[in-house]
Design a protein around this ligand. Structure first.
Ligand SMILES: *[C@@H]1O[C@H](CO)[C@@H](O)[C@H](O)[C@H]1NC(C)=O
Ligand SMILES: *[C@@H]1O[C@H](CO)[C@@H](O)[C@H](O)[C@H]1NC(C)=O
Ligand SMILES: *[C@@H]1O[C@H](CO)[C@@H](O)[C@H](O)[C@H]1NC(C)=O
Ligand SMILES: *[C@@H]1O[C@H](CO)[C@@H](O)[C@H](O)[C@H]1NC(C)=O
Ligand SMILES: *[C@@H]1O[C@H](CO)[C@@H](O)[C@H](O)[C@H]1NC(C)=O
Ligand SMILES: *[C@@H]1O[C@H](CO)[C@@H](O)[C@H](O)[C@H]1NC(C)=O
Length: 350
């Protein structure tokens, strides 16, 4: 039955209305297996953070799997720092890349927050900004809602044909050269960040990276659709309702502004966004580095991600995963045959 079902869906034309099959799962004790740890200062966004190596993250329990089986990624909340020191935290990037025609889901119980804290769950192409960036969740300091955004080369905008539930549109030009690289930003309404997110039992973010456009859904724990409960091995986006944020291809040609994406979790401190005085002062007092990064480490007790899983899906019949160092093969008959053989072998092995 399963074999027939899988083969059947492979043979369908790819017009299939946004039906996706799981291709990769980051969960439980193997959650951290296929990510690269940055192991350097934040030389990307000028944060007062040192992103530790995998070894250090494990030793210092900055990245680990807790007793509940969830992945924790956190800021050091035990060390007192000397002036000029950076605080240890994490930045991890998936070793696989995922092409247009992918969808990813992150189920989180807690996201990092607090003065100076700037976390994100996002993706980008190694070739930035030409290969594009998709921010699914980003927040700073003590804001109460997270936001979503795209960052691209000039020429990509959120068009007015967008169909999305959020009415909080901040900016529509996705170019990194516009509005100080704010991206085309949509604020995520509801308990999408901070203490309210945690108090509501967290939520689930779904990111669809499709040639017809990019869409992001945010569901709190009680609004999670039936189709995403349990270990959904397939996702049909028609069961998810209207997305929270939507960037249709008529304003941004996804195939030309985006290349295969690597998934990223990071938490930096202060830096270009959280530390900008006008932004910082909206929700915090004092000086970002002096008063918070150098201050009591207990400021960082809430600066952690707790993630139940990340799942990545691809459109059936398409090769959407590019393994570390690998190159995606063209969709030739030979590749198709190999794929069918692999699927058949895997299916028979179940
Ligand atoms: C950041 O530092 C790493 C390690 O030294 C280096 O490989 C990378 O090129 C640097 N990136 C930037 C943007 O400076
Ligand atoms: C959408 O934008 C296009 C191009 O700028 C414009 O011609 C059209 O009037 C706009 N439609 C609406 C409903 O605002
Ligand atoms: C975006 O707009 C919302 C609603 O007006 C506001 O609360 C938020 O601070 C803005 N976010 C950014 C990053 O400008
Ligand atoms: C969860 O989402 C639903 C639907 O958007 C909303 O009615 C409800 O108030 C939300 N709950 C919380 C705690 O935000
Ligand atoms: C979902 O998958 C996890 C990890 O593989 C497993 O522990 C759990 O029992 C599964 N749950 C269901 C409802 O199948
Ligand atoms: C650090 O924060 C964690 C929660 O992330 C908390 O369980 C722990 O008690 C804190 N450690 C210290 C020394 O305060």
């Amino acid at each position: 039955m399963r074999l027939l079902a899988v083969l059947g869906s492979l043979l369908l034309p790819v017009l299939a209305n946004a039906q996706y099959q799981m291709v990769k799962e980051y969960i439980g004790d193997s959650f951290f297996d296929d990510w690269a740890f940055y192991n350097n200062n934040d030389n990307l966004t000028n944060g007062n953070a040192f992103f530790v190596s995998a070894k250090e993250a494990s030793q210092d329990k900055l990245a680990f799997v807790n007793d509940a089986g969830n992945a924790i990624m956190k800021v050091d909340n035990t060390s007192n720092l000397n002036f000029n020191d950076n605080r240890n935290t994490i930045r991890i990037t998936s070793t696989d890349r995922f092409t247009v025609g992918s969808l990813w889901i992150a189920d989180m119980l807690h996201v990092p927050y607090g003065c100076s804290v700037w976390p994100a769950w996002w993706s980008s192409a190694p070739n930035w900004p030409a290969g594009g960036e998709i921010d699914t969740l980003e927040g700073v300091n003590q804001v109460t809602m997270s936001h979503m955004a795209l960052h691209t080369a000039p020429g990509c905008v959120q068009s007015n044909t967008s169909v999305e539930t959020s009415t909080l549109v901040n900016t529509t030009d996705c170019s990194t050269l516009a509005n100080n690289n704010e991206g085309c930003t949509v604020t995520t309404p509801g308990a999408s960040y901070g203490p309210a997110f945690a108090a509501a039992g967290g939520g689930v973010f779904v990111t669809e990276f499709a040639s017809k456009g990019i869409s992001i859904w945010f569901f709190n724990r009680t609004s999670l659709p039936q189709s995403l409960q349990g270990n959904a091995s397939t996702v049909d986006t028609s069961t998810l309702g209207t997305p929270t944020g939507n960037w249709p291809s008529d304003g941004c040609n996804i195939n030309s502004f985006f290349e295969p994406q690597q998934l990223v979790f990071d938490i930096t401190l202060c830096g270009d966004f959280a530390g900008t005085a006008s932004i910082f002062q909206q929700t915090c007092t004092g000086i970002c580095y002096d008063d918070w990064v150098l201050g009591s480490p207990s400021n960082y007790d809430t600066a952690y991600f707790e993630v139940q899983y990340v799942r990545v899906y691809g459109q059936p019949g398409e090769l959407t995963v590019i393994p570390s160092g690998g190159v995606r093969s063209a969709g030739t008959a030979a590749v198709f045959t190999v794929l069918v053989a692999v699927v058949a072998a895997v299916t028979l092995a179940w």
